[in-house]
Design a protein around this ligand. Structure first.
Ligand code: AMP
Length: 247
């Protein structure tokens, strides 16, 4: 496994690899990340994993600073999986080239997380665009857990890059909670609550799939979950790919 820190070295290493799989991550690995890496290993001749906590996609400095990082453990895991390349750039390396023109993100992005996490998706699209310009992989593996992100990246890369996006299913723990690096910041009790809320949402999804009349009861469910679990909900909406960006 080769650990690479500069763009120059990365380019010279991967220049002749046609069937390269790329898995962008922010580290703090769990089985969700590893499922993407395994998919790439199975599909591609060589696999490159990036580990970079991108500051521009955080709308809150505190959140950026306390984002779970565990590079040593992550590298050990990747080595065991026999990964070919790991790219761990620092911020001055990755942002040394200034953009002449601001990138435009989908013009109806101000829904769901786009509404509640200011400039988050602009930061995500910027970093993905930078990575793809450098790496030019054949495949990029992304999780459905971050569905809005997956959707926006697909849209952004469609006409600009040769890359094919492989969308990977969400991996959950035994309590049905989607695995996430940030889960490690939760107390045992809050993890349990998060699992219970996931189960409630899954039940609601099943009910809605059986009978659309339940969509009209969404405000009831917001109140119910807020009261039962003592949480504040930013948003709970029913959307599909077709109406994802309707406001
Ligand atoms: P992150 O390190 O959180 O930026 O995630 C890196 C990639 O892993 C993204 O494409 C995520 O959507 C994906 N991912 C994160 N958690 C999961 C999960 N529980 N199941 C599947 N994919 C995931």
């Amino acid at each position: 496994m080769k650990i690479i820190r500069t763009i120059k070295e990365l380019k010279s290493e991967i220049i002749n690899i046609y069937n390269l799989g790329f898995v962008p991550t922010m580290g703090g690995f769990h089985k969700g990340h590893l499922s993407l890496v395994k998919k790439s290993i199975n599909k591609c001749t060589k696999t490159l994993v990036s580990i970079y906590v991108n500051p521009t996609q955080f709308n809150n400095k505190k959140d950026f600073l306390r984002y779970p990082r565990n590079i040593k453990k992550d590298l050990k895991t990747l080595k065991k999986m026999n990964i070919d390349y790991v790219f761990i750039p620092n911020t001055s390396e990755i942002y040394k080239e200034k953009r002449k023109k601001k990138l435009s993100v989908h013009n109806r992005k101000k829904v769901l997380c786009g509404k509640y996490r200011k400039n988050h998706f602009e930061g995500v699209i910027d970093i993905v665009d930078r990575f793809l310009n450098i790496i030019n992989p054949k495949y990029m593996f992304l999780g459905q857990k971050d569905f809005q992100q997956l959707f926006l990246i697909k849209k952004h890369v469609k006409k600009k890059f040769r890359v094919k996006i492989v969308s990977c299913k969400t991996i959950r723990d035994k309590n049905f909670l989607a695995l996430s690096s940030r889960n490690s910041l939760l107390s045992k009790n809050n993890l349990k609550i998060a699992g219970n809320i996931s189960k409630e949402l899954n039940l609601l999804k099943k009910k809605i799939k059986k009978n659309y009349k339940y969509i009209k009861k969404i405000n009831y469910y917001i109140n119910y979950i807020t009261k039962k679990y003592g949480v504040k909900i930013d948003y709970l909406e029913v959307r599909n790919e077709r109406n994802l960006f309707n406001s």
